[in-house]
Design a protein around this ligand. Structure first.
Ligand SMILES: [Zn+2]
Length: 127
C-alpha cells in the first residue's frame, strides 16, 4: 500500500513543481510546511494531495512535493485518516455495486417475513 510514492510520481512531481535558482539549486515548495525543498540535499517525497481512495488521481495536479519528515507526519495512521479511507472505499463500493446497501435483507422469492420469529420463512407449499 505504499505505491503512492512511486518513481513515476516523483518524476511527475519534479517536472511539475521544481524550478532552478540563479545559483543552480533546484528547489520545490513543500506543500505541507511551505518551506523550500532543495532536491539535491533534502529528502522529499511525492504526495497525493487528495488521497487516491477519495478519488484522488495520479495527475500532475494531484501530486505535490513534501519533505519526507512532513509527509511522514501527515501519513501517520491517525484515526481520521483511517475513517476517511474506509469511507472512500465504502462510497466507491456502493457506486459500483460491490457493496450492497444496508438495511433489510432482500427477501428470497416466496419468503415471508415472520415478525414473531424475526426472520424470513418459506413455507413448504410455496416451492
Ligand atoms: Zn515540509
Amino acid at each position: 500500500m505504499t505505491a503512492r510514492n512511486s518513481k513515476r510520481d516523483r518524476m511527475t512531481c519534479l517536472k511539475t513543481h521544481s524550478w532552478e535558482t540563479e545559483q543552480g539549486r533546484i528547489l520545490m515548495t513543500c506543500h505541507i510546511c511551505d518551506g523550500d525543498i532543495d532536491v539535491k540535499r533534502d529528502s522529499w517525497e511525492a504526495d497525493h494531495i487528495i488521497r487516491r481512495v477519495l478519488s484522488g488521481d495520479d495527475s500532475a495536479e494531484n501530486i505535490a512535493p513534501a519533505h519526507t519528515k512532513c509527509h511522514r507526519g501527515k501519513d501517520s495512521k491517525t484515526s481520521q485518516d483511517i475513517r476517511e479511507n474506509a469511507k472512500g472505499k465504502r462510497v466507491r463500493n456502493k457506486a459500483t455495486g460491490v457493496e450492497r446497501k444496508s438495511g433489510f435483507l432482500q427477501s428470497a422469492k416466496g419468503a415471508k417475513f415472520n415478525w414473531q420469529t424475526g426472520r424470513y420463512e418459506r413455507r413448504a407449499n410455496d416451492r
